[in-house]
Ligand binder design. Sequence first.
Ligand SMILES: [Zn+2]
Length: 329
Amino acid sequence: LQSTGASERQFIGVDVGGTKIAACLVDAQGRILSSIRQLTDETNPEATLDSIANATQGLLKVSKLDAHSIKAIGFGIPGLVDAAQGIGIASVNLNWKNVAVRAGLEARLGVRCVIDNDVRTGALGEARFGAARGLKHLNYLNIGTGISVVILMDGKFFMGVNGLAGEIGHAILEPGGALCKCGGHGCFEAVASGPAIAARAIEKIKSGKASMLKAYSLDGSWRLTAENVFEAALSGDAVAKETLSEIGVLMARAIQTIALAYDPNVIVIGGGVVQGSKPLFMKIQEELQRLADESWVFRKVFTKDLVKLSALGTNAGVLGAAALAADAQ
Ligand SMILES: [Zn+2]
């Protein structure tokens, strides 16, 4: 095996998820030159760091690169991250608390490592290579299992006093609504995340409404996902359509609040849930238009291009991690 040095214009990004690790070699235009995917070992923090280092070394191998020729590698890590200190403060997915991620990876790889939260790297990916390319003021709204918004002002992250700016997943959308894991009731995350969409459809069926989604119930336990609801809506299922319509209205309200709070160039929706359903995205746009028709203040902020779906999809995080590496060089 002949090792060659990485070109000055090639960067490595690694996106660490609760189940999978994706590592990519990327050029300056954000094109993926080579990539690998491996399972995350979440047995304990040391095993997790081993599996992240292993995936990275696997990428170096398939890319025929020598670690010594790399100046820096960027990593997107789930949960609360102290990027400056290189610490993974807490992650439910990886089951870790106060892990010295950067030091652990640098010791294993012998290369300078840069880490940040994976939703922030997703925002960075969209800002550098995706739907917000060339725009200064971006809000990246991630709607998946969790919900948060990353605020980029003049190209810089706005973090707030506690590093919690953008934790809009715990703002109340439905007063007195479903119990959230944070302890609140009716939080955005508790009423409109992927699992919440499935839960809303189940409630409707339990109240006696007919639906093809009943097939996902077995012996009183449900195996229904948001994706199943999206599919059923496309087939014309009334419960699925009603669920998405209600969720779309709730999401539009949250998006209107974000737009009025930050007056950005663009709000990019990432994270899989809205990307998985065209009817849901259309309902959001329709409701935003209705709100703009109603209010002249919102009308000044809202345009047809204000809200866009992620252009990079599941690659946003890994491309943003590569951008972190590029910035560190
Ligand atoms: Zn909450």
